[in-house]
Design a protein around this ligand. Structure first.
Ligand code: HDD
Length: 711
């Protein structure tokens, strides 16, 4: 085990459940050594197989039952172990120990996911990403079941099955997979004005991250911190990636889905294997309970965020992922999260979406994992020992000794005892609650557009363009014109220009919507779903744009070196060393996988051939120096493939570096037509340097030049 994973009590606990086959004989599940795993037991060499072949029967039976139901949402996931280290105590706000003792390291397991697609779908679908964290604290498991977007589609959990049914493949033909671009999703959205803020996020580039390591995480709901004195603060949770928040282009996302559907999974796995451990700052927004009503929205409304300009995010610790799972099924698939897994010092708010979630997650594990004993699966076990009178059920692992499985008891000496609060016993926050029993939404939830406006207005011009294009793409797949018109009508409440731009490309007109939800009976006793037109208090929030994200590191970026025989090996090695010293990875791409012989006669082994990969798998390209190499890359059999790499990387706004002697390649590419300054096209002959290339890679993409690059 690597150093970074030492002193991790959860990994030690998992180790006790791990097995290795090294130097072992093959056995049945009953431990009987197997002599022949090639042939079943037959009556004569060519005869029928015998029922008594217990080895065959056991093997086939187990195989027949290997699959469990995939998650109804968030089916496709990638997991990793890590550590949360507290750098600043929150003792004044919460009695949770893992948030109080500075320097304390808490083991975690994180599972990232897409939402709509099946387990076998693609990573680069336009979608929300799940960001679920299980903190194995000394006081028991705390789960923060978060997303990479700070708001949600709906305000009340009763709408969740409708939302999920609408976005999942349509029930008659099971089309489309892992995509929201279809009739039922947009039909639902067009009738749900409360979704519009989330739709802005979903149509933004946040929905197509460059890497799981380059996305933010948000707890979404307002939760509560409770301190030793019983005082409550509302809290919003944030994870900010140290590498910055970066995305890919939509055209690129679609191509990645074909070239490498496991792009995010692989990226996370490789980064951890290479020691480039993903890290996030963990931060909180704290709001004293008495300030609950100081905002121009309701803190309990999950379609609203608290602008960082109004309540700054305080960074209190670091989340680091430093170990890949040993077994995908045992860990990433069987891990069971639940927003209701709390430790003392953290409590729920009355957010009606959160309240419904508290029922759903345990319930779903029962059908997914098959038993109320899912907490005994190694990945789900608390590192604090479990003692209670719950017994039996399918697949029970623990052997509870003694006669007593009830409380109170005298036979067992009264054990296990209830814990006093001073001993860490959980008590719910004593909140005063009273009210009539009503099926009703609060009037304070009836503002559906002001934060959608805030988000849209906070985007840079390229980000707004991407968002418009995403809407056009999605709605172009909608076959029912009335649905498109209704969505455009909703957009018009956010920004007239946005609505007009989208409408024009869809060939519809912007119409004013009066009552967007026709299906609600007049006496339904709910607040009018049509929002009043309201301007947000905060007009622009810099934190909502990715424009000014971290752009000073190339750590873990992947650079493709396109070369052929005759490449300048010295220049190549020099650049490779510079890149790798800064934490990037350089991989050689050549016409074939045969060794490339450099100008000084040294063999280099390519990792990829021009046909086995594509530019979309790299953050930047270096077209290796050397006239002979360039000439080979321009040979008829390679020319089209080489130029495709260059032109695509250019189109996707990436950094491209032309080594000396590659002028003809440059002139044959689309870049030769550029008529503008472009800091991310570096040409050695014109004085371009390795350092310029490194700066351009750190900048991620020249989104500002996208229009020029695509002219
Ligand atoms: Fe959920 C899974 C996040 C609303 C019901 N949800 C799930 C996962 C994440 C979220 C990250 C995957 C966990 C994993 O990796 O195993 N869900 C959210 C967020 C929400 C949200 C951030 C809103 C703020 N979810 C939500 C509602 C309901 C559910 C309102 C139901 C009323 N979610 C589920 C579920 C899942 C789930 C059906 C599927 C698999 C699972 O729970 O374990 O119960």
């Amino acid at each position: 085990m690597k150093n970074e994973t030492q002193n991790n009590k959860k990994l030690d606990q998992l180790e006790a459940h791990s097995t290795s086959n090294e130097n072992k004989k093959l056995t049945t599940n009953q431990g009987i050594k197997i002599n022949n795993n090639q042939d079943s037991l037959k009556s004569g060499e060519r005869g029928p197989t015998l029922l008594e072949d217990f080895i065959l029967r056991e093997k086939i039976t187990h195989f027949d039952h290997e699959r469990i139901p995939e998650r109804i949402v968030h089916a496709r996931g990638s997991g990793a172990h890590g550590i949360f280290k507290l750098n600043k105590s929150l003792r004044a706000y919460t009695k949770a120990k893992f948030l109080s003792e500075v320097g304390l390291e808490t083991p975690v397991f994180v599972r990232f996911s897409t939402v709509a697609g099946s387990k076998g779908s693609t990573d680069l679908a336009r979608d929300v990403r799940g960001f679920a964290i299980k903190f194995y604290t000394e006081e028991g498991n705390y789960d923060l079941v978060a997303n990479n977007m700070p708001v949600f589609f709906i305000q009340d959990a009763i709408k969740f099955p409708d939302l999920v049914h609408a976005v999942k493949p349509e029930p008659d033909n099971e089309i489309p997979q892992a995509a929201s671009a279809h009739d039922t999703f947009w039909d639902f959205i067009s009738l749900m004005p409360e979704s519009m803020h989330m739709i802005m996020w979903l149509m933004s580039d946040r929905a197509i991250p460059r890497s799981l390591r380059m996305m933010e995480g948000f707890g979404v709901h307002s939760f509560k911190f409770i301190n030793e004195e019983g005082k409550a603060h509302f809290v919003k949770f944030h994870f900010k990636p140290k590498l910055g928040v970066h995305s890919v282009a939509w055209d690129e996302a679609q191509r990645i889905s074909g070239v490498d559907p496991d792009f995010h999974k692989r990226d996370l796995w490789e980064a951890i294997e290479n020691g480039a451990y993903p890290e996030w700052d963990f931060g909180v927004q704290l709001i004293p309970e008495e300030n609950e009503h100081q905002f121009d929205f309701d803190l309990l409304d999950p379609t609203k965020l608290v602008p960082e300009e109004e309540v700054p995010v305080e960074i209190i610790g670091t989340l680091t992922l430093n170990k890949n799972p040993d077994n995908f099924f045992a860990e990433t698939e069987q891990v069971a999260f639940h927003p209701g897994h709390l430790v003392p010092g953290i409590d729920f708010s009355n957010d009606p979406l959160l309240q419904g979630r508290l029922f759903s997650y345990t319930d779903t594990q029962l059908s997914r994992l098959g038993s109320p004993n899912f907490h005994e699966i190694p990945i789900n076990r608390s590192i604090n020992t479990v003692h209670n009178n719950q017994r039996d059920g399918h697949m029970r692992q623990q052997i509870a000794k003694g006669k007593v499985s009830y409380e109170p008891n005298s036979i067992g000496g009264g054990c296990p005892f209830q814990a006093m609060m001073s001993e860490g016993g959980f008590t719910s926050h004593q909140e005063r609650v009273s009210g009539e029993k009503v099926r009703k939404r609060s009037q304070s939830f009836v503002d559906h557009y002001s934060q959608a406006k805030l988000f849209y207005n906070s985007q840079s011009v390229p980000e707004q363009t991407h968002l418009q294009n995403a809407l056009v793409f999605e709605l172009s797949k909608v076959t029912i014109p009335e649905i498109r018109e209704r969505v455009v009508g909703q957009l018009n409440f956010i920004d007239n220009n946005l609505a007009q731009t989208v409408a024009e490309k869809l060939g519809v007109t912007v119409k004013k919507l009066d009552q967007p939800n026709q299906s609600i009976p007049a006496d339904a006793n709910i607040a009018d779903l049509q929002s009043e037109e309201k301007e947000p208090k905060t007009k622009i929030s810099q934190a909502l744009s990715m424009k000014d994200t971290v752009k000073d590191t190339i750590k873990s970026r992947k650079i493709g070196f396109i070369i052929s025989n005759g490449a300048d090996g010295a220049a190549l090695t020099d650049l490779k060393t510079k890149l790798e010293n800064k934490g990037a990875k350089a991989e050689i791409i050549a016409p074939s996988l045969a060794p490339v012989i450099t100008i000084d006669n040294k063999p280099l082994i390519p990792k990829h051939s021009l046909t086995s990969t594509a530019s979309v798998c790299f953050d930047a390209l270096y077209i290796g120096a050397g006239e002979k190499s360039a000439a080979e890359l321009m040979a008829p059999e390679n020319r089209h493939l080489t130029l495709r790499f260059i032109n695509e990387a250019y189109k996707h706004c990436k950094a491209i570096y032309f080594g000396s002697g590659t002028e003809e390649l440059y002139m044959s590419s689309n870049i030769a037509m550029k008529k503008h300054e472009d800091p991310a096209v570096i040409i050695s002959k014109d004085g371009g340097s390795d350092e310029q290339f490194i700066t351009a890679i750190a900048g991620h993409r020249v989104w500002d030049l996208e229009m020029e690059r695509n002219m």
